[in-house]
Design a protein around this ligand. Structure first.
Ligand code: NAD
Length: 417
């Protein structure tokens, strides 16, 4: 299934890039596998009095740059391979934007939409207590991902405070919390906005006028909604949108604010403005300048890539374009802004949240956004420079910058003992 494909794609890219650079064999060996693979099975009381057994994962890939860091996913397709792949991507992402975190990822294999709020609370608490001191504010810091949100993080933090050993700065054990409970201004929008800051840098670089452009978006959850709102703010017109239920197409433009509000409540495109949903294929065949993929992995492969008419494909999600899909897009002259750069805004503001928690500070939104833009621009410029000087794809340039940095750190520190 798809999880194996993502794992293979990430491992293959890692091997390909480490062979091109002077990475020491022992460092390559360390990075090729996660440091820790934690799997927990735990029972949870359901509302009807029965018990259900859940399988949860926390994969800690690497912590040479700092504590393990990465999201928690609640989705029926969560698996060991998927979580391993995503944890390695986190290590590379944190190194790429040079924040002092390593990489991790976790999740529970189930569909959160089929459970009541009380059941979700018990599932989250039981998972957190099963993880015990495998997470911690200076050790491993989870964040929201697909199917989880600020409420999930607040439940995790509260459980950790009650069962964990570390009492100091316990609110820094997770990021992506609500503002009331120690979250940061700008965290909710950071991934989606960050993706579009990268689009703005690309537009500046290629002298492309965003205000006269059209865009299509797959996924209108946390990342997709904020990305769409920022594109609309830049004057770009939304002409196609897709989620698991189908596709909406309107060449005259879809009202992004109304759609984002609708999606927050209904979580499905079905029924929006009485418009008829079209097929998944219709989304990839639609006319537009910029396609933003903000749903799940493995969405653009051999079947979809030849149909895409956009100039730019933006990976807001992790791994939405397969290696086969990427080869076709690049061959056709379509540029790709790769996930580890494009969606790094979330982990950058997670880092700001963690710094604020550790220092008992609270920054203004303007400060968070200014710092976020600065860090993403620095990474974008560095990647663009490698791309031009070494004639590489954007993705390869990202991997090169990140892996060279990790390699340098290992060489300076040495491998224990
Ligand atoms: P979310 O659960 O809020 O939204 C996911 C969206 O994808 C929903 O609109 C859903 O309808 C849609 N979707 C689900 N299955 C689909 C399918 N088969 N076809 C089309 N659409 C489908 O999740 P999110 O937090 O927005 O995350 C989206 C992606 O971004 C994931 O790959 C995640 O790993 C990545 N990401 C998220 C963050 C973050 O801060 N939330 C940070 C970095 C990367």
């Amino acid at each position: 299934m798809s999880d194996r494909k993502l794992y293979q794609a990430v491992s293959d890219k890692f091997t390909e890039i480490t062979e091109q650079m002077a990475m020491h064999d022992s460092i390559k060996m360390i990075l090729s596998q996660p440091k820790n693979e934690i799997i927990v099975n735990f029972p949870v009381l359901m509302d009807d009095g029965s018990y259900q057994l859940f399988k949860g994962y926390r994969i800690q890939h690497n912590n040479i740059l700092g504590p393990f860091k990465g999201g928690i996913r609640f989705h029926p397709e969560v698996s060991l391979d998927e979580t391993k792949a995503l944890s390695m991507l986190m290590t590379i992402k944190c190194a790429l934007v040079q924040i002092p975190f390593g990489g991790a990822k976790g999740g529970i294999k189930f569909s959160p939409f089929k459970y009541s709020r009380e059941e979700l609370r018990r599932i989250t608490r039981r998972f957190t207590s099963a993880l015990g001191n495998n997470i911690g504010p200076s050790h491993d810091i989870p964040a929201p991902d697909v199917g989880t949100n600020s409420q999930t993080m607040v439940w995790m933090m509260d459980t950790y405070k009650n069962v964990g050993k570390t009492q100091e700065f316990h609110n820094a054990v997770v990021t992506g919390k609500s503002l009331n409970c120690g979250g940061s201004e700008g965290r909710n929008s950071a991934t989606g906005f960050g993706a579009i800051y990268n689009v703005e840098y690309w537009a500046e670089d290629t002298k492309f006028d965003l205000s006269k452009s059209t865009f299509a978006i797959q996924g209108m959850g946390n990342v997709g909604s904020f990305a769409a709102l920022k594109m609309a703010e830049n004057g770009s017109k939304l002409v196609a949108v897709n989620d698991y239920a189908g596709t909406l197409i309107d060449p005259n433009g879809i009202d992004v604010e109304a759609l984002a509000t609708y999606m927050q409540e209904k979580r499905t495109l079905e029924g929006f403005n009485g418009l008829k949903l079209q097929s998944r294929d219709a989304f990839f065949e639609a006319e537009n300048d910029i396609m933003i993929l903000a749903a799940l992995e493995n969405q653009v492969a051999e079947n979809e890539a030849p149909k895409i008419k956009s100039k730019l494909v933006v990976e807001g999600a992790n791994g939405p374009v397969t290696p086969e899909g990427e080869a076709i897009l690049l061959e056709r002259g379509i540029e790709i802004l790769p996930d580890i750069l494009t969606n790094a805004g979330g982990v950058v503001v997670s880092y700001f949240e963690w710094v604020q928690n550790k220092n008992s500070e609270s920054w203004e939104l303007e400060e968070v956004e200014r710092k976020l833009r600065k860090r993403l621009k620095r990474a974008f410029d560095a990647v663009r420079k490698i791309q031009i000087e070494e004639k590489k794809s954007m993705r390869d340039s990202c991997y090169l910058r990140a892996l060279n940095y990790i390699n340098d750190v290992y060489l300076e520190r040495g491998i224990f003992p």
